[in-house]
Design a protein around this ligand. Structure first.
Ligand code: GUN
Length: 291
């Protein structure tokens, strides 16, 4: 079998058109234009490019956006002061602090300092707690993107066996809660596997829907995938490739060549989950502004 390729870029542009329409309705109802401010500390090229796509995406959807760039050696207190200033600025409706932060900045303290109403990443413990409670406000973007990709390709997780490889706070853990909650677009039977899982392949082969967010290039091969499974690859890993002009290329956590022969549907890297994550940040920005 050759898997159907789930085109995240095409889906993202569809969803962005829907968001732009919602922004127009929000403004027409007399609300202020939403504004996202991203805080970027340091000059990691990957982080720079993510922040650029998020703020540009907001602008394309008709929202304001800005980026505060701080040097890599910025102190913890300075980053904290910036977040507090943005919390108090009524013209700012959404705040995003790009992670990871440099070692001298305490990530947990910074994320907790963001006003939960402006937390477009949904990573503040208050928002994670609401998700856990079953009454989510802002849900982290990658889990939302994965859920949308399943629903929009006709792969409703309701009743399905879902295995998530990875337990990060950005993806694995919130996704497990999102997909196992009661209600539309969820109701799945979710297993989380991780670096401590014995016989990982035995667990992943149980999955009708397999989501891999482990950060290990090519770790899931065809022998670990149930024939006909839907495979969502959240991994974004840059590996050396002498045949490329840049000297490197992006690969996922899934061995695409072999797994696309056994899966019924698969997301590519790049062009799969990534564009939908960015799009869900844009959607969360509108939501944080009350739209
Ligand atoms: N770095 C990698 N993923 C993310 C994300 O979803 N949000 C933020 N703020 N930083 C990230």
């Amino acid at each position: 079998m050759s898997a159907r390729i789930i085109d995240g870029a095409a889906m993202a542009s569809e969803v962005r058109a829907e968001i732009a329409e919602r922004v127009r309705a929000h403004m027409a109802a007399g609300h202020r234009r939403p504004k996202l401010v991203a805080v970027l500390v340091g000059d990691d090229p990957g982080s720079q490019s993510y922040v650029k796509s998020k703020t540009q995406g907001c602008a394309e959807a008709g929202m304001d956006s800005d980026t505060i760039r701080l040097p890599a050696e910025t102190s913890h207190d300075r980053v904290l002061a910036e977040v507090q200033r943005l919390n108090e600025d009524a013209s700012v409706t959404g705040i995003l602090v790009q992670l990871p932060l440099p070692p001298q900045v305490d990530e947990q303290v910074i994320v907790r300092a963001i006003d939960p109403r402006k937390d477009v990443d949904g990573l503040h413990p208050y928002n994670l707690g609401l998700l856990m409670e079953g009454s989510p406000y802002t849900v982290p973007a990658t889990p939302l993107g994965v859920q949308q990709m399943l629903l929009r390709t006709g792969n409703d997780p309701a009743g399905a066996r879902v295995v998530i490889v990875g337990r990060s706070m950005l993806v694995g853990r919130p996704l497990s809660v999102l997909l196992s909650q009661r209600g539309a677009g969820a109701n799945a039977t979710v297993t989380i596997a991780h670096t401590g899982t014995r016989d990982l392949g035995v667990v992943t082969r149980e999955a009708e829907i397999l989501v891999v967010a482990a950060g290990v290039p090519g770790m899931v091969d065809a022998s670990m995938v149930r024939p006909g499974a839907v495979v969502i690859d959240v991994g974004v890993n840059r590996i050396a490739d002498a045949s490329r002009k840049s000297g490197s290329r992006l690969v996922g956590d899934v061995d695409y060549a072999s797994v696309s022969e056994v899966a019924s549907a698969i997301t590519p890297v790049p062009g799969g989950v990534g564009p939908m994550t960015v799009t869900m940040v844009i959607s969360n920005t509108l939501r944080a502004a009350g739209g």
